[in-house]
Write a protein that binds this ligand. Sequence first.
Ligand SMILES: Cc1cc2nc3c(=O)[nH]c(=O)nc-3n(C[C@H](O)[C@H](O)[C@H](O)COP(=O)(O)OP(=O)(O)OC[C@H]3O[C@@H](n4cnc5c(N)ncnc54)[C@H](O)[C@@H]3O)c2cc1C
Length: 501
Amino acid sequence: MVDESNVRDVTSRVSTAPGGVPIAELLAICGPERVVTDHAALRTYESDGLLQYAVVPAAAVLPDSAEEVAAVVGACHRAGVPWVARGSGTGLSGGSLPIEGGVVISLSRMRAIVDIDLDNQRIVVEPGVTNAQISAAVGPTHFYPPDPSSQIICSIGGNVAENSGGVHCFKYGFTTNWVVGCEVVLPDGSAATLGGEHGELDRPGYDLLGAFVGSEGTLGVTTRITLRIAPAPEATRTVVAYFDTPEQAGQVVSDVVSAGVVPGAMEIMDQLAIEATEAATHAGNPIDAGALLIVELDGSESECAARFDEVVRFCEANGATGVRIAQSAEERLLIWKARKAAFAAMGRISPNFYVQDGVIPRTRLPQVLRRIEELGAEYGLRVANVFHAGDGNLHPLVLFDAAVPGQAEHAEELAGRIVEVCVEEGGSLTGEHGIGVDKKRYMPKMFSEADLEAFQRLRCAFDPEGRVNPGKVMPTPRLCGEVPGPYRQHPLEAAGVIERL
Ligand SMILES: Cc1cc2nc3c(=O)[nH]c(=O)nc-3n(C[C@H](O)[C@H](O)[C@H](O)COP(=O)(O)OP(=O)(O)OC[C@H]3O[C@@H](n4cnc5c(N)ncnc54)[C@H](O)[C@@H]3O)c2cc1C
């Protein structure tokens, strides 16, 4: 069921009066240039990449330093005002959707690269630095492997909060595998360091850094991040193979993994995705192919050479109708340009689309694709498919026309049915885009009441007053110290800060 209270309603959107927001204090901390209260200007922050949801906040602030972030959070804490951190606003699950009557803390001005230590393979950055700037800063000898397709704009602070992935995560792991330390501002405005600059592999004590990474901005705000970086591979070889069906491409992925080959990336796109990306990028992919598979090997020259022919043989053995091997760095970039443009390219074939993000065991791909096709037919909507195939991470893109009454809701419902199928098949509600507001109602499909209770206890340990990004991730408002019993309305619920589903 859609949570109606948050759904975009263009006709009735009104600015929320500042109310209890400590505007004078925020102005004293950041100055008038960096405190936004004008309704029209605040609309910049009303949504993230999940455009179906929009809330105009009471204020937005743009601090320049960790000290200013701490002062802003402290002021909100004393005033009892909820807040949400915002990086670049590219999130696809509503994670940085403002809280009604609350404050948006935008980290976009904190863009310093604080330190680069190539010898120890470390970089220290502020949270507003984009993902792509990190690899650029340490290249060409090194790179930062987690590479979301949004990497030229999304911030590393957002990546940490979402535990973001990307096409190279099958081999290299997700953001959590590359963060060694975070300086954070806790919900009461105090500062803490989680992990450390040196990133010992087994730090004594509880893994609070592990809890923070992927917590979707609900435990505090990170103001400085220390990351591992990797030496750039000596060689890279990239092949694209075309097939009649995505199942054939999926079988190649299984064969490659079973043979012990660990490619840097393995990505599948189906026919609709090829058609859309070709219109946007002219990468030279045949639009009548039923699917394409990109496999990229990286490592030493000898390792790439030894295993590349094997990968091509698996493609041919599974009925590839064509195989294209990148002959130059430019051709490799063009192949990746098509893949990384997949979401945005949907605009070429549909007025609107909804990005879903689920995970399945790799071997269940044929069954799940069949179910997605059946569901698309049942709802009368087209679904394009893009997968991080090595990880079993699916991105079904549900195409719809918001101008047709009811179709947006229909698309959202279909996307929900698809993610339920992922869970039924032994997978997960999300691979990399997070839960946010978008999928919190599905959490009980995957987690028991006891699991959710344990999550809530952790959240309360950081944020006992429930002011940091409330209404996200958890399916129902659970309040710190709440004892089981008959329903009683909480004051935050009465104030419209949290909602009961
Ligand atoms: C075209 C497109 C392609 C994408 N491709 C991928 C992909 O391949 N892989 C992938 O994983 N994601 C992808 N995404 C999703 C999105 O880019 C990621 O989730 C990204 O990490 C969000 O970063 P952001 O800076 O935009 O964060 P925002 O959207 O601003 O915020 C996301 C969450 O992070 C929190 N947050 C932000 N900064 C901080 C901070 N400093 N401290 C604490 N919490 C913070 C927010 O409160 C929010 O909960 C894609 C999005 C788009 C639009």
